[in-house]
Design a protein around this ligand. Sequence first.
Ligand SMILES: [Zn+2]
Ligand SMILES: [Zn+2]
Length: 343
Amino acid sequence: MKDTMKAAVLKELETIVIEDVPVPEPKEDQVLVQLKATGLCGSDVDGYTGHHPMIKPPIILGHEGSGIIAKCGPGVNEWKVGQPVVIEPFFTCKRCPACRAGKYNLCTHLKITGHQLPGTLAEYVIAEAGFVHRKPDNVPFEEAAIAEPTSGSLHAVERCGIRLGDFVVIIGCGTMGSLTLQHVLNKGAEVLVSDTVEFKLKKAKELGAHHTLNAKNEDIKKKVKELTDGIGADCVIEAVGLPATLGLTVSLVKRGGTIMLIGWSGKATDPFNLTSLTLDELTVLGTLGFCNDFPVALKMMSLGKVNLKPIISHRLPLEDVEEGIKMLRRHEEGVWKIVITYD
Ligand SMILES: [Zn+2]
Ligand SMILES: [Zn+2]
């Protein structure tokens, strides 16, 4: 094996350099994964621009990776070199109260690949042996890389307790919104998807959304009232993270309904109607990453119940990571999910 590898290093804010760096050595209970695909994510853009609380340069970005086992560290017997895997990008302490309670996504010492530890936008990356998953044979590497947001959106949807026939509003149809849509449809709900980008709404329709709405020219409050006989949605899922759309959730949900905030603005306060929250007995939920969701997400992908093909809009080589991040940042027409592929 080589001693050095190519990596896309965020050297300082808004500067990514492709560098030769040493191939890392897996420690106890770790594996080295040779990457085949990495999904670019909104949090890579936030890290690039300095708007992500956990990402500080210099660091190798990227946390949505799939590849093959290249080397096993001491004590790792369950993996063999050459096995195709998907990386769950977490490192946890296994000792804190959250870890001991099985809620490892809330680990006090949680570290995330591409956030505080070297990421997947390189030829190789280190992962915890207990946090890599076998890639299903019928899921290609580029789709397997997107198991990360598929798991994250699944974690959020599972927390909502959606029931058959519920009316669910999804605000935002980026990667998370489009995956959330598919999970909610699998729950047997009626779904309205709102966005401001026409091609994403068209795709949402193709993925099975019952109703779509362009928030630029249509009043979502009116539409939800119409579709629910004035009652409001059973559940509203926010997947944008702008103060205005976070605040909007309260006016769309029914009395006693549930709000899931996948998006977050990073501000200490957001315009949220706390009076309605109390007097309408609303439930407001947050979500962080995933916790035992990867195996389910991978199974749904393998069964064809979550379709990633239409979401991948671009494939780029490692050399073009910075260009890919800029494309996402510009919200270019036709750009949805960009996947970096290797070799
Ligand atoms: Zn991501
Ligand atoms: Zn812990």
